[in-house]
Design a binder for this molecule. Structure first.
Ligand code: MN
Length: 733
């Protein structure tokens, strides 16, 4: 705003080159010169609002970045940053002339420039900041953008008043906090002060006036304090650096207008900074300061052992001298100071320097930051800090726009359903489809950062979500909202759905009850689930509030206790008779249409050698030939005439039950492995129980459905191969 404005582009450029000689190699400077000539040529017909040649702006941005210590590609990109958006130069041109890296940086800055930032509330602002970080895969993009904004703020005077306020507000809400997050204090404070200057000129002038009113005595106070501290510190520390300054206008403004403090009540208008070599010296200096001045209680903060999220480290204390003027003292090492001033940018300035290692990815950059921290750190968990920075810089969330430009934050992998419910429950419930960037997408489309998502809604009342959305939605909040819609809006449907589901599960699990028993059973279940009525229970199950699967253990328990008819034969627990299919699976020789029953002592399977026994009034009972209940020699049996020859009906396809006893070494996941093997073979498990023996073995009993002996043999072989299984026996031998 001052004499900078009078310099010609050529003069400014020469200064830039002169400065860069300390930081960049000859080759890098050559590239910067080329970037300048291309940019100057492209912008040659354009003027800024100030009437100056446009190239002044990219030059100033490059200068800011050079002062931050950024690398050659950043400087080149800064010079070229407005060419793709505002001139005939294309991204391909840049790629050809300056390489992929510079082109990508310019592309990133251009894209950030297109993000609509009109914002109102804090949450929106935070989302936008995160989104900007997520969008700039290279952190240098954000730093260039910050420098761009800083120069625009410095020259905001030339804009129309409303435009000024808009840009200043955006700066205060988005860019200054971004600079703070990246730890670039210099940019943060200047952005904030400039923003306040344009947003609240009266307050800004008021504070400036108050600061200058007693200007001389303030300067005197600062100078004498600095001298006193200097004299004492040099006694214990070699080459300390002591700074004394008046803090930023914005800092004072915030305390006066947002925390309602009077100007005189603000302690940290003055700040003294002591910069030393080691952490130990920091604490020594703190002791010294507390010896010289009276510390204000509750004002000491140790950000060395507990750094701020943006890597900031320092000791803070506020003390009061005999003049009665309180001031803040910050004590830190040189490295901490670099981080405090330049933040993320610091490791370009101090680590990469002229080494030319510009082409690092995010992880490598963070590794640099980590190293930086480790070198200066004597306590505190560095990994934690680094991971905090990383998750801050590379959010896992996705940021998408509504057509109005609001940013909605959803977790990675979220679908348009999640997005719709994130906007508003009513939007989700009324959704019939979605458009992404103007194109219709399927309902399970996963949204990506930067996309504009429009939810198409139905005007028809009563239209609601679909049940299968429950499987598509990624967020539990969307699922909860879908369930609650079904809970409230579709009671009849839920009751029917719930009842059907219970009946399905009962059938599957062989829970058989008479109608009377069923009513009683369900009533008890409803009571157990704290439902006011059976209908409530059905409804709850119907909308998915409770799953029947989860209730099954209780249901089975109750059933076994109160309803199941136990039948034991020869010590072997039995299972129910198989499904009847009208046609019989066994032919009894010489007898047609004889009622056939499979004995529960040996559970014969197709393929087993079998024999029949004519019972009194219950038809023929089928046993395995080698069943213990079958006489070895029929002729010697007490009633040999009742034993009849039977044979398997080969053509019949029917499922049979077999009981297995598995002995295995107890281990986590055994049951899961077995069920997976069985599922892979399409074998249903009808019943399973287990108990643990004292010697670390598990005994598993299960009843499974197989089609014949051959099938069962395969199943047994598969189970025997499972890790930890010692033996598998078919019960009933
Ligand atoms: Mn610009």
């Amino acid at each position: 705003m001052t004499n900078e404005a009078e310099k010609t582009p050529k003069e400014l450029f020469d200064e830039l080159i002169e400065k860069s000689k300390k930081l960049l190699s000859a080759e890098e400077i050559k590239a910067v010169k080329k970037a300048y000539s291309v940019a100057a040529d492209a912008h040659k017909a354009q003027l800024r609002y100030s009437g100056q040649p446009y190239i002044i702006h990219p030059l100033a941005v490059a200068d800011i970045l050079l002062n931050l210590g950024m690398d050659s590609p950043s400087i080149q990109a800064a010079l070229l940053h407005d060419t793709v958006e505002d001139t005939d130069i294309t991204l391909d041109d840049l790629k050809k002339n300056f390489g992929e890296e510079v082109a990508n940086l310019v592309d990133g800055v251009t894209k950030l420039g297109r993000v609509p930032l009109s914002t109102k509330e804090e949450q929106q602002a935070e989302n936008i900041r995160k989104m900007l970080l997520a969008m700039s895969h290279d952190i240098r993009v954000i730093i260039i953008k910050l420098a761009d904004r800083l120069h625009n703020m410095r020259t905001l005077d030339f804009m129309a008043p409303q435009k000024r306020r808009d840009i200043a507000l955006e700066t205060l809400e988005i860019y200054a906090p971004l600079a703070h997050r990246l730890g670039i204090r210099t940019a943060k404070e200047e952005l904030e002060d400039l923003a306040i200057h344009f947003l609240d000129p009266i307050a800004y002038d008021d504070i400036s006036k108050k600061l200058s009113e007693t200007g001389e005595s303030r300067v005197e106070f600062l100078e004498s304090t600095k001298k006193k501290i200097q004299d004492r510190v040099v006694e214990i520390v070699e080459n300390p650096r002591i700074d004394a300054r008046i803090k930023s206008v914005h800092g004072i403004y915030r305390k006066m207008y947002m925390q309602g403090k009077a100007f005189d009540e603000i302690y940290d208008i003055y700040a003294v900074r002591i910069i030393v070599d080691t952490v130990a010296e920091c604490y020594n200096c703190l002791g010294l300061i507390h010896d010289m001045y009276k510390p204000l209680p509750g004002r000491f903060k140790d950000y060395i052992s507990t750094p701020k999220k943006n890597m900031y480290q320092s000791l803070h204390t506020t003390v009061i001298g005999k003049e009665g003027i309180p001031f803040e003292v910050q004590i830190r090492t040189k490295e901490m100071h670099r981080t405090a001033e330049y933040g993320v940018a610091a490791h370009w300035k101090y680590k990469l320097g002229i080494s030319g290692k510009g082409n690092m990815n995010m992880d490598e950059r963070l590794a640099w930051v980590r190293q930086l921290l480790e070198e200066q750190q004597e306590s505190g968990d560095v990994r934690e800090i680094v991971s905090a920075i990383k998750s801050d810089l590379v959010p896992e969330d996705t940021f998408v726009f509504t057509p109005k430009g609001d940013v909605i934050n959803v977790p990675a992998g979220a679908t348009v359903i999640d997005f719709a419910y994130a906007i508003h429950t009513a939007v989700g419930n009324k959704m019939v489809g979605a458009k992404v960037d103007g194109r219709i997408v399927p309902i399970d489309y996963k949204v990506k950062t930067g996309e504009i998502v429009e939810i198409l809604t139905s005007s028809q009342p009563g239209k609601g979500p679909s049940r299968d959305w429950l499987n598509i939605a990624k967020t539990s909040s969307a699922r909860t909202k879908i369930r609650s819609w079904f809970k409230n809006e579709r009671r009849d449907e839920n009751i029917a759905e719930g009842k059907a589901e219970i009946e399905r599960e009962f059938k599957k699990n062989f829970i058989r009850l008479t109608d009377e028993e069923y009513d009683k059973f369900i009533e008890n279940l409803a009571h157990h689930q704290h439902c006011a009525s059976v209908e409530d229970l059905y409804a709850t199950i119907g909308y998915g509030g409770v799953s029947v699967i989860r209730l099954l253990p209780y249901i089975k328990d109750e059933y076994n206790k109160n309803y199941k008819k136990h039948e034991e034969t020869s010590g072997v627990k039995t299972v129910e008779v198989r499904r009847s299919t009208g046609k019989q699976s066994v032919t009894v020789e010489g007898i047609d249409d004889m009622l056939v029953k499979f004995s529960k002592c040996c559970n014969p399977l197709p393929g087993d050698r079998i024999i029949g026994f004519i019972t009194r009034g219950h038809g023929v009972s089928i046993h395995k030939r080698d069943c213990v209940n079958v006489p070895k020699v029929i002729a010697q049996a007490s009633e040999p005439e009742r034993w009849v020859k039977v044979s398997w009906n080969e053509t019949l396809k029917e499922d049979f039950r077999a009981a297995l006893q598995i002995t295995a070494l107890s281990r986590i996941g055994l049951m899961a492995d077995i069920s997976m093997q069985l599922a892979a073979m399409r074998v249903n498990i009808n019943d399973i129980s287990s108990h643990e023996a004292k010697d670390g073995r598990s005994m598993l009993y299960m009843s499974i459905t197989v089609s014949n002996v051959e099938h069962l043999r395969n199943v047994i072989q598969r189970i025997e191969k499972i890790d930890g299984v010692l033996s598998v026996e078919r019960q009933g031998y």
